[in-house]
Design a protein around this ligand. Structure first.
Ligand code: MIC
Ligand code: SF4
Length: 647
């Protein structure tokens, strides 16, 4: 039987297991990434376990999320991240150099390698033929210390592309079409592998748009072949030696095949508030946004912005629209300046932002109350823009630019002949200048580096080993699809405390239940009750750490999102699944839960829970590997790592 690209890469990195369906495997990790929100956590872990130097080939910390530095807390975080990078042998990319995933594709991603990144959009680097997976900062720190990454052998979904895109139809429209077919849940437990003749027509940044949004399809990651297009891209980045060829065998087997003919696609748009609510742009042309944003790790390449500029050139931004553009990296920005593209954008009335995440997570350009925004980013969950009542539509740079001109959602083909866009290609060579990256070799004696821990950086909370008898009270009961943003929200006013755990903890569930913190503080030990897909969305591990900080020992749920379940285990919280989903209805807030013989029951994987105040019992499942069980028994991954390094 022939092998898929996915299986070739996983096989070449296999440390444990045989890759049988459903089996737990461990793979070696070559590269890691983190940023000024999640990398701080990874640095705190390296520090708290007394690490020496990272063991990975390449580890990078990017300063790209909370870059505005509107308060000294922010500045503390940046200095901590920079000095920790210097101390532990990690590359540090300075603010303004670009968005982690985009920049990683340009400067570090290598075909055939495996990367673990502390961010859910890590899959973007799959554009270059690597397996790049998002995870929590603690798991990523473990990989930096040389631990392999444990996962269930993934299924492989093949998206087979044929034909060519018409002018005005973009890679974003392929991603939206795939989301329409797969929905936000269709990729769960799978890696999406893009193959077919159509792949050859897509540049690396276009492939990156698709790989980036594989996480929105619920997938573990997305991967492309490494072909001549990849080689040319690496050559243009002065990295030709990093290229190796990689393709699926002729007779490779897939768990599911989806065929998309690129020539049949139209400009699409995702409607509020889910990326899979996809419609043709024309169907929503009555919608009049107040703002348009072109940027983010999904769509901020040179050709993305060049195409938008061709639509805007000689026209003006509509009077009712605020248009902002954030190029993906300094390299892109410099090329746009050199080629006069920026001048065209500014002349049209666009505002140029720095090369960072910015509006994508509500760091600036927050919409007005009930505002409408068209964005080229990847998520449109309620509140993500920084405004709970705003509505966000997701579209390609072409659709976004046309909308900025007309003032209503517009199929770009309706305002001009777009055949000129066919010439909007990536440059043949890029200006390579890594002076905004501090390299491990720039640091003369890493052991002498003092990690600067400003007032805003607290110690990491620790918990004792798992108790054999748990007695705890339920502090909150939640519904389905609770996101990590619901547990601990974003926005610069809150995120500035991300490294200051006692301060950050004050915002736990602050919008869902403003009394939560006050109530949980009164309890010594607590449990949380969730519904289906508990903890979906980002990799933000504080969504597990903060409840642990307050004494939560168990989360009962109907099902868990992958990254969040990993994070709960890392912080020593038992993720227990209702064996019978109806039992969810029989328990409430303020019930007392008793679990006896925890160790013995956990070993079996079936855990009986008593609710004495209701004279009721129910059974739950603990679906974890032997390794994870060991981590749980020790009270989480921090204890596990400390104990391991002691021996
Ligand atoms: C996001 O896009 O939601 C973020 C902000 O990049 C997060 C990381 C975080 O929560 O710190 C992600 O995707 O993992
Ligand atoms: Fe940054 Fe947005 Fe990409 Fe997350 S999705 S890494 S916030 S640009």
């Amino acid at each position: 039987m022939g092998l898929s690209i996915t299986n070739k890469i996983l096989k070449s990195h296999l440390l444990e297991g045989n890759m049988l369906p459903g089996e737990q495997i461990t793979v070696m990790v070559d590269q890691t990434l983190g940023h000024d929100l999640t990398g701080i956590m990874a640095a705190q872990v390296l520090e708290s376990v007394g690490a020496d130097k990272v063991k990975t080939e390449v580890s990078v910390f990017y300063c790209d999320h909370n870059t505005l530095v509107v308060s000294s807390e922010n500045a503390d975080d940046h200095l901590y991240l920079k000095t920790a990078a210097e101390r532990y042998g990690i590359y540090f990319s300075k603010p303004g150099n670009g968005i982690c995933h985009f920049l990683h594709c340009q400067r570090f991603a290598k075909p055939g390698k495996i990367m673990l990144g502390a961010d859910s959009h890590t899959p973007t680097s799959g554009a270059l033929g690597m397996i790049a997976i998002g995870s929590g900062g603690l798991t990523v720190a473990k990989s930096m210390l040389g631990e392999g990454f444990r996962m269930t052998t993934p299924k492989v979904i093949n998206i087979k592309l044929s034909g060519n895109l018409d002018s005005g139809v973009a890679a974003k429209d392929i991603a939206l079409e795939a989301l329409r077919i797969l929905t936000v849940k269709g990729g769960i437990g799978s890696i999406i592998e893009f193959t077919g003749e159509g792949v050859k027509t897509l540049s690396v940044p276009e492939r990156a748009t698709l790989a980036n949004m594989s996480i929105e399809m619920g997938a573990t990651t997305g991967v492309f072949p490494s072909d001549d297009v990849t080689k040319q891209f690496l050559k243009a980045q002065d990295r030709e030696n990093d290229w190796v060829e990689l393709s699926a065998d002729e007779n490779a087997q897939y768990d599911r095949v989806i065929e998309i003919d690129l020539s049949t696609l139209e400009p699409l748009i995702a409607k509020p508030h889910m990326p899979d609510l996809v419609a043709n742009a024309k169907e929503v042309q009555d919608v009049k946004p107040n703002s348009v944003f072109i940027g983010s790790c999904t769509n901020a390449s040179y050709s993305d912005i060049l195409k938008a500029s061709k639509i805007l050139k000689g026209r003006k931004v509509h009077k009712d629209i605020d248009l902002t553009v954030a190029p993906g990296s300094k390299q892109v920005l410099e090329t746009l300046i050199k080629d006069g593209v920026l001048a065209d954008l500014v002349e049209s009335g666009a505002r140029i932002l720095e090369c960072a995440c910015g509006p994508c997570i509500g760091i600036g350009q927050v919409p007005c109350a009930n505002g409408i925004s068209v964005r080229t980013s990847n998520r449109n969950f309620p509140g993500r823009s920084g405004c709970q009542s705003a509505s966000v539509y997701l579209a390609s740079p072409e659709t976004a630019a046309a909308t900025a001109v007309t003032g209503h959602i517009t199929d770009p083909r309706d305002i001009m002949d777009l055949s000129i866009l066919a010439d909007c290609k990536e440059p043949v060579t890029y200006k390579v200048d890594d002076s905004s990256i501090i390299k491990p070799e720039d640091v003369t004696d890493y052991k002498e580096v003092k990690v600067v821990k400003g007032e805003n950086i607290s110690e990491l909370p620790m918990r004792g080993p798992l108790r054999d008898k748990i007695e705890a009270v339920s502090v909150i009961k939640l519904g389905d699809n609770v996101t990590t943003d619901d547990i601990i929200p974003g926005g610069s006013n809150i995120l500035k405390y991300i490294a200051n755990i006692p301060m950050f903890a004050e915002y736990t569930f602050c919008y869902t239940d403003p009394t939560f913190v006050e109530r949980i503080k009164k309890l010594k030990n607590s449990v949380i009750i969730g519904g289906e897909n508990y903890g979906q969305g980002s990799s933000r591990e504080h969504a597990a750490m903060l409840p642990m900080f307050f004494g939560t020992e168990v989360v009962f749920a109907k099902s868990f999102a992958r990254i969040h379940k990993e994070n709960l285990i890392n912080y020593g919280i038992l993720p227990l699944i209702f064996k019978n989903k109806d039992d969810y209805d029989k328990i409430d807030m303020n019930d007392t839960f008793v679990i006896e013989n925890v160790f013995e029951q956990a070993e079996v994987g079936e855990v009986l829970v008593k609710v004495p105040n209701k004279n009721f019992k129910f059974t739950t499942l603990l679906e974890v590997s032997a390794y994870d069980l060991n981590v749980l028994k020790q009270g989480g991954a921090l204890n596990y790592l400390k104990n391991k390094l002691k021996h």
